[in-house]
Structure formats: C-alpha cells, structure tokens
Design a protein around this ligand. Structure first.
Ligand code: ATP
Ligand code: MG
Length: 555
C-alpha cells in the first residue's frame, strides 16, 4: 500500500488501536470491515473519511473490506447512485473485496429472522400510524406508552405479518415492531420498527417485496453474515449499538463471532455541506445543476474541480479519527492539495484579465526564444519554450497609473521585470473614449535578460505575462464557497446562505505550449493551482478550473 505522509499519524487513532489489540489477543483470524452507503445520493467528503478508515484498516491488517449497498428504502434509492458510488471509490483508489454486496441480498433471511422474533414473542404487528408511533414513543424526559396492539397473540402476529408481505394492507397502516421496552432510557429501544410496508419497485429485487426492513434490523444481521469484525459508523449511531446487539443476541444466527460496532465523529467542513439530504435540497431548488458541481464537496464535484485522490486521502489522514465532533476549516483541505501540487504541478503563465502591452522599441516581426523551467526546484520536470514578442498581455491588476507604497507591479513611468524575460518600463497609456485603458506603451531593456538588477535601480517586482502571438485563448472558472456561513440544522436556512458570487468566469490567455500538454494540473504563476477541464485542439481554446489560490484567503 502506498504510504501517505500523514498515515503514520493516522494509524495511531483509537480504532486502529482497538483492531491492533484484537489482533494481539487473537480475537479474530481475519479483520473484516465494510463501507455501507445508502444509494440515495452521491458520495461526499464525509464519506471519504469513512472510506479511508474502513479500507485502510482492512489493507493494513491484510483483511477484507466490502462495499455493501445499503438498499432497504426503495423510495429514495436509485441505481444511478450505485454506479456513481463505484466510480468514486475506484477513482479514490479503493477496490472492495469480492462482489459488491447489497442489503437486499438478505431480504429472504431477514424475513425469516423477523418470523423468529415473532415466534419468540419479541416482535409484534402494530396498527398505529407513524404519527401515533411517534406520540406513543415519549421523549427523553417522558417514558413511552405501550401500543394497544402490543399484546396480540403470536399466531395473530404471524398471520398479519404474512399478510403484510402479501400486500393485504395499505402503506403506513401497519409495521412490525420489536417488543423491547417502552420505558427504556434509550429511546431507540422503545419498540423500534423492524419492517414497514412500501409499494415500490426495488432496483435489485423488483416487485418481489412490499415490506422492507429498517436500517437497524438489517445492518447488524448483514454485518454478522458477512463476517464483519469491526462495524464502523458515525457517532449518531451510538444508541443504535444497543439495539444492534439486542437483535443479534435474540436471533439464532450461526456465525463464528458477532460483529462489534464502534463510532467515530462525522466530518463537517466549514461553510460546506456533507449531507446528501442537503445537497439534494440545493438541487431541487435549482441552486446547483448537478451533484458534480465543482463548488460542492461531493467526490464527483471535488474531482471536477481538480482535487486529486491522493490529496483527499492525505487530508483524511491528517485530520484523523476521534470521537469529538468538530468543524474542519476549508484551508486544511486546500493545504493538502497545495502541498501536493507544489511538488508536482507544472509552472506556467496565464493571464486571466488581459491588458495589452506594446513594446515600442521591439521590432514588429521579431521574436526572442526564451527557455523557462517547468518547476523552480525540480530540474527533472524539464523546461519549455516561450516567446517574447512586440505585443504581450499582462494581468490588468498588475498595472496602476499612480504608484502606492507597497505596490510591486507595473506603474506608469516605472519598471517591472517580466517573469523569465526582460525589465520593461511603462511609458504611455492609451485609453478609449470612455476612459478605459486600451493598451500601454512600454519600452524594454535588452540588457536585463537573466541578469541581476543593479542595487540602485528601482524595479518594482516580477509579473507574469504571455505573448499575444504565442498564446491560446482560455476560459478560467474561479470559485468561492457556495455557502457564506455554516449551515445549521434547519435545511430551509440554506437558501439565505447562498453566496451568489461563488463563480466568476474570466476569458484570458495561456502560453501556447500548453495546447499540446499531457498534464492536467498546473500552477499558473501568481494565479493559483488550475485543472485543465477541456482542451479544444481544433478551435485552439482551453478551459480551466481554479482549484485553489496559491495562498490562503487570497482571491
Ligand atoms: P448523509 O447524511 O449524507 O445522507 P449518511 O450517513 O446517511 O450521510 P450513508 O450513505 O448512510 O450516508 O453513509 C455511509 C457511511 O458513510 C456510513 O457508515 C456513515 O456513517 C459514513 N458517513 C456519512 N457521512 C459521513 C461524514 N460526514 N463523516 C464521516 N462518515 C460519514
Ligand atoms: Mg443516510
């Protein structure tokens, strides 16, 4: 397995420690984990945290990690999400062991276990509707009340449950509930629902079933049947663990060992959404067009934006696994990418907001061939050719008519160095009738190429540029956070938090040598790290996403 920089830190986390001591104590012969997404949306950054944990534990201890599609609710699920889940996992570089597993693989056996519970008088068919079930359940301060249907004879329960399966009853009119304790301190133990009626076609089982098991009933049994040793999930399932164990302890399941559930904290990202339900809300309200919007923290959005699998994994290793809920700053995710691309991205020049410069003392037809390294510290990455010509573009923001104290760019009457090229001086501004700058006349100093500047010469700084003749038109997509604040629990608040300026599009130019590039990631000097989305060789235009700026809080 490829060892990531922060993996040594990561493998000290409390779950690795538990597995480690289980191995020392010879508790298991084979470590087995699973990643169990519900196919009701695309995977997001939060899932990467769970994926990294489950897959690295299995890999590190020579065990197995399964992909289990947790498909017990056909009303919200769709086969297209399964395809997306597979694609995202493989892109991250994680391959599940064996065939993909589905919770629906166990529908027959789950049904049998439900009958077993009824026979043991540990489950009953309830005719309360959902609202009443909720009402009877009570609260943290108030104990629940028994349903009037709780004490039906076993025989009646069996008959009704079979009829539920055969489609005798309407959706919502009945459910199968475990008979545990309506006065339990743990609300989840107050007769949890095990089966509900749903007249939906299922993407795996078709119309075979009209009753579907709940997450709580199916998850523990699927874990046990698959031989999962460590069933890892997020903290909100802490109370469900008691039910998880209750179910396994009350059915006759013939497995070598029972799986054990362990919880860790969810990943929350500052001003970001890591909830399929909330992303779906944005989609349904037309705020975004797809699950792969580059401003989202979905895996497909991060991929489209230009994040690399290794930077995402290293980010997860860096933040580690704990039981403490917190919100991770976006800068932490961005710095993982910067750290990587700083080493691997080709340096090149792009002008996002072009301003034309005409070099007065440079002949019209002449070009000077310049050679620039692809990386300042890695000669192995080679070099490239750029041309200096009479007309060039610089960034509009790199010029000012009047000087200010800390301004390190081109100013009228002053000098600046062009990266990899000459020192130029701004001589004259040409404006249109609206007073907008059309172009600037400059002069260049032919004796400054590759030379150190004399100490007393006031050259203000180094700016990037491209030749007008030897550049390619390019479109640049720059992103800011989609949300202005952290989202609270209330989903309807999201609309008021949307940053309407989260996407800016610029039309500019890149060095012409890029048209033939085989690379996808670039550092455009002083502009940020960019990802090549589309290279239109025919029309000679290119399209780039800015993944991140070069520095934090820099736009
Ligand atoms: P969502 O709230 O986005 O629907 P979920 O928990 O319902 O998320 P599942 O598809 O059921 O999504 O999750 C699959 C696995 O990924 C579960 O084990 C879950 O605990 C884990 N997971 C989901 N979201 C996060 C997160 N934000 N941080 C860490 N793990 C997560
Ligand atoms: Mg869910």
């Amino acid at each position: 397995m490829k060892i990531y920089k922060d993996f040594n830190f990561y493998k000290k986390n409390f779950i690795f420690q538990i597995v480690n001591s289980d191995i020392k104590n010879k508790k298991y012969t084979l470590i087995c984990t699973r990643f169990p997404p519900e196919p009701n949306g695309y995977l997001h950054l939060g899932h990467i945290k769970a994926i990294c944990l489950n897959f690295t534990i299995a890999k590190y201890y020579n065990g197995k990690c399964y992909l289990r599609i947790d498909d017990t609710n056909p009303s919200t699920e769709n086969i297209k999400y399964i395809e997306a889940i597979k694609k995202d996992l493989l892109w991250l570089g994680f391959k599940w062991d064996g065939k993909i597993k589905y919770s629906s693989d166990y529908f027959n056996i789950l049904y049998k276990y439900a009958i077993e519970l009824i026979n043991k008088d540990l489950a009953y068919v309830d005719e309360l509707n959902i609202q009443d079930i909720r009402k009877y359940r009570g609260t943290l301060l108030q104990p629940g009340k028994n349903s009037p249907y709780r004490n039906r004879p076993k025989k009646e329960n069996l008959e009704l449950f079979q009829k539920m399966r055969l489609g005798y009853f309407q959706e919502g009119s009945m459910s199968l509930r475990a008979k545990i304790d309506m006065k339990s301190n743990i609300i989840i133990m107050r007769d949890p629902v095990l089966y509900r009626i749903k007249y939906r076609k299922h993407h795996q089982t078709g119309k075979k079933w009209c009753i579907y098991p709940t997450y709580d009933f199916s998850h523990c049994i699927a874990d046990a049947l698959e031989g999962i040793t460590h069933s890892l999930c997020t903290l909100e399932f802490q109370d469900n663990r008691i039910l998880y164990n209750w179910i396994l302890n009350n059915i006759n399941i013939n497995v070598k060992y029972y799986p054990k559930q362990y919880e860790f904290s969810r990943l929350n990202i500052e001003n970001g959404i890591t909830s399929k339900r909330k992303i779906n809300f944005l989609l349904q309200n037309g705020i975004i067009k797809g699950w792969d919007d580059p401003r989202l923290f979905t895996i497909s959005g991060l991929r489209k934006r230009g994040y690399t699998p290794s930077s995402l994994k290293n980010f997860c290793y860096k933040i580690g696994i704990t039981k403490k809920n917190n919100i991770i700053e976006i800068s932490s995710l961005e710095s993982s990418l910067r750290e990587e691309l700083n080493k691997t991205a080709y340096r090149t020049m792009a002008v996002l907001k072009p301003l034309k410069i005409i070099i007065k003392n440079f002949p019209k037809k002449k070009k000077i061939k310049l050679i620039a390294p692809n990386h300042p510290h890695n000669p192995k990455m080679g070099s490239k050719i750029i041309y200096f010509t009479k007309e060039i573009y610089i960034n509009l923001l790199d010029f000012m008519e009047k000087d200010t104290k800390n301004y390190k760019r081109l100013v009228l009457g002053k000098e600046v160095r062009l990266r990899h090229a000459f020192v130029i001086r701004a001589e004259k501004i040409i404006k249109d009738s609206f007073g907008k700058i059309k172009y600037i006349y400059c002069s260049y100093d032919p004796n400054t190429l590759g030379k150190k500047i004399e100490k007393n010469r006031n050259v203000k700084g180094v700016i990037h540029w491209v030749s007008c003749l030897y550049s390619i038109p390019a479109t640049f997509y720059l992103y800011k956070n989609l949300l202005l604040k952290n989202n609270t629990e209330n989903i309807n608040d999201i609309t008021s938090m949307i940053n309407t300026k989260s996407l800016s599009i610029y039309n500019g130019f890149v060095e012409s040598n890029l048209l033939k590039t085989n690379n996808s990631h670039f550092q455009f000097e002083r502009e940020g790290y960019f990802y090549l989305i589309y290279n239109n060789q025919k029309e000679k235009t290119m399209f780039f996403n800015r993944i991140v700026s070069l520095k934090e809080n820099y736009n």
